[in-house]
Design a protein around this ligand. Sequence first.
Ligand SMILES: *Cc1c(COP(=O)(O)O)cnc(C)c1O
Length: 633
Amino acid sequence: MNDETLQYIQQVYGVENWSSGYFDINSKGHIIVRPQRDDPRFVDLKDLVDNLLSERKLQLPLLIRFPQLLAGQLRKLVGAYQSAIQEYGYQGLHYPVYPMKVNPRREVVEEFLKESARYRVGLECGSKAELYAAVAQEQSPDSLMLCNGFKDEAFIETAMLAVRAGKRVTIVVEKLNELKTVVKLAQKHGIAPWIGLRAKLYSRGSGKWASSGGDAAKFGLTTSELLESVRILKDAKLDGQLKLLHFHIGSQITDIKRVKNAMKEGARVYSRLRQLGCPIEFFDIGGGLGVDYDGSQTRFESSVNYTVQEFANGVVYVIQGVCDEENVPHPHIVTESGRFMTAYHTVFITSIRDEIETFAQDQPEVTIDADDPQVITELKELCDTINGKNYAEYYHDALEHKDELHTQFNLGLISLEDRAKGEVLFWEVCARALDESQEESFPDEEFENLKKILAQKYLCNFSLFRSAPDSWAIKQLFPVVPIHRLDEKPQDFATLVDVTCDSDGKIDRFIDLKDVRETLELHDWKDGQDYYLGIFLTGAYQEVMGSHHNLFGNPNEAQVVIDNDGRYHVTKIIAGSRINDMLQFARYDQPQLLESYRKQLRTQIEAGVITKEVAEQLANEFDAGAQRGTYLS
Ligand SMILES: *Cc1c(COP(=O)(O)O)cnc(C)c1O
């Protein structure tokens, strides 16, 4: 591949901007995945997918999980805090905690717990089900188990079970009533977990989740409730258990200034509580550490204007400054940066299955007859003489002619054939005007819109609602890149639609350094060709938030590890949902469905439409069909 092509490809897909060192393009024009930046070992993603499809007989769509990237992100996080702590001479330690709600999958949680002893990795649970999964897991004895979220007695009782198993359980109180329940149960069982208080800060985050912080936040104790909590704990002689202060100002904070402001406020609250005699040792700053999905390093929603090191430096420096000023000890810093820890580790693979016909494509050749109406001959004239100088003017003329065409049709003045001819010519003028506009360095806005209208629409074999729901729900951007043919310049512009029957099931916003692109540059695709697209950075929130819309289920999944010798191993394959699974999800009963189908066949037999043998065969087919996958095969 020549340098110029590579440069062009990098500029189009921005891989090096968002890859964080994990993804790159090799000389074959394939995307590769590395276990960490600058590691000589890599997996060729195209070869891997080919292997999974041919040797392992899997079908697309495919979720590929690279657990080494989880460990890689954890190392980056821990490394950033360690160097900040060293640089500033901070006296507390860093305690990384993984918030399970970001991706509760066993494979993910277990990977982090493997590092529990080395880095004091703990877990944060926000529901009884998450807590249940966490209680049974091995965790290093000095790591934390945080219980957040709204709690009932059963939640707190389960947490007590974890205390009995020797875990450092901290119940983070979100509401005063919760604290009362905790006190009651602690006294009843004679077991006291550690207690944390979640403060409602005045500081707000930035970006999509700004409302997680601020006065109107859903969670946390107001200032007077914090003081009341301290009184309640003192009265119950449990104030010695008050070990942690927590706040969380939202996910994907795009602006580092907001982070520092929140730290200033939080550290001040900590200091004053310390001065009141609360033995708080842990300062839990929640999540918020963002991921640069578009690679622009800006305050844009799908980006962040800082590195993890700058984030950690800001946190450590501000807390230290406030504590030194207030003359209180530096607390241990707890982080719950789930998005940062997980976003990189999965790649979702889909393929183009078909082209959705639009007005603009594959139109028949138009020949002009002597008796054609004037509006058509004029459109034909525009079409034949449009050029680099007149294209904008001709395009505007064509728009007028198209209106005229439809007016005349509605008045009954022209035939259906004329209307068809006129439409074809109109789109032809549009396509040529667009081509001319792309020769300019700064094409006019209206041609950018035209580009979107004229773009190819490709049907891809996946459900957006299952595999990248935030693209739909909150318009989050994910990098979408073909995983092969990157040694050729892409020639087409396209938007993508998924296989659900929902018109929202589409991707028509793509990453860009300065803006949002409305089309994705892709290579020329022909029916029947293999063309694989990767959706990257989907490891945080997407799996758990994805839904069974249209009863499309889980895609097939493969877990891949790269060995020391540089070879990759498929360490686990998890079959995607079968039709049967989705029927169960919607509360159908397969035997009952079969029986009900047989009943209808019996009616057909009685009516003499089919024989018994045919009926038996049909029933068998019906039964066996439920074992198929839910996506296009
Ligand atoms: C959701 C959540 C997190 C995770 O935050 P990210 O910024 O998305 O990593 C951390 N802590 C709490 C309390 C949360 O609710």
